[in-house]
Design a protein around this ligand. Structure first.
Ligand SMILES: NC(=O)c1ccc[n+]([C@@H]2O[C@H](COP(=O)([O-])OP(=O)(O)OC[C@H]3O[C@@H](n4cnc5c(N)ncnc54)[C@H](OP(=O)(O)O)[C@@H]3O)[C@@H](O)[C@H]2O)c1
Length: 236
């Protein structure tokens, strides 16, 4: 990826208390960035170990006023998009970031492979059935609104901002294996392994802040040591 421009000094992590968020905070601190983390009030305690190293802005991530305060002065914003509940949480979060981040800020969002970028994304019947089942079941239980994450993506793709939407494979915990590999299209053989370490998903998100080749891309990522990645890339 490209070398780090000087402009990335202060980064906001929206959804900092979750698993992906905490890894992203740590990667940002490792790079010497000043970090502002946004998380729900009830989750502030999850950031206790980092509390003296970052600024925490408590509040719902879809609250425009919370986001406006948190992203002030940030050159980069890393946003965990999650479709929890039936109150447009994902699209509201994305919209608040798109509306309030500085005009030239790098905006990097997370989601899963189920978000389609274009017609060249190819899904197996098994994957489609799984997503459909989860979407319907979660909707009936009013737990998750997967369609709202798709709406969030639609708004990001349409935005005249410096965005990247990182689409994650299935995730697992474990030690870093290095920067994931990526493809523009779900269904590419390089992605066949369908597994990424969460710490490396976070690494990709943070690296994307300073990689302008990823602006206006929706990379589908996979762990660099998966069989597909090893078979189809030269540098793994
Ligand atoms: N899990 C997977 O297998 C998978 C696969 C592909 C892509 N992804 C993507 O990876 C990213 C991280 O996902 P993750 O599953 O690993 O989760 P995660 O990092 O633990 O993050 C979950 C986030 O959801 C928030 N949250 C939990 N319950 C909530 C509620 N009821 N209302 C509002 N916010 C709530 C958490 O905030 P609190 O800390 O406040 O609870 C946290 O910020 C997401 O963008 C997801 O789409 C995940």
């Amino acid at each position: 990826m490209s070398s780090e421009p000087e402009r990335m000094r202060k980064v906001c992590v929206v959804g900092a208390s979750g698993k992906l968020g905490q890894y992203m905070v740590q990667h940002c601190l490792d790079r010497g960035y000043e970090v502002v983390g946004v998380c729900r009030e009830r989750s502030v305690g999850k950031l206790a170990a980092l509390a003296d190293r970052i600024t925490i802005v408590p509040g719902d991530t879809n609250d425009p006023e919370v986001i406006r305060r948190a992203v002030a002065g940030c050159e980069g914003v890393l946003t965990v998009l999650v479709p929890w509940g039936m109150r447009q949480y994902s699209s509201g979060t994305a919209q608040a970031v798109l509306d309030h981040a500085a005009p030239d800020a790098r905006l990097v969002f997370s989601c899963g492979w189920h978000v389609r970028r274009d017609a060249r994304d190819r899904y197996s019947w098994k994957f489609r059935t799984l997503v459909l089942t989860i979407t319907k079941l979660a909707r009936v239980l009013r737990l998750l609104d997967v369609n709202d994450q798709l709406e969030a993506a639609r708004r990001i793709f349409a935005a005249d901002r410096r965005w990247t939407l990182v689409r994650g494979s299935d995730l697992e915990e474990g030690k870093s294996q290095g920067l994931p590999v990526w493809s523009r299209h779900v269904g590419d053989p390089v992605l066949a392994g369908n597994m990424t370490r969460r710490v490396d998903f976070a690494l990709f998100m943070v690296e994307a802040l300073t990689d302008d080749t990823l602006v206006h891309e929706a990379p589908a990522i996979v762990g660099r040591l998966t069989t597909g990645a090893l078979a189809h890339t030269d540098d793994c």
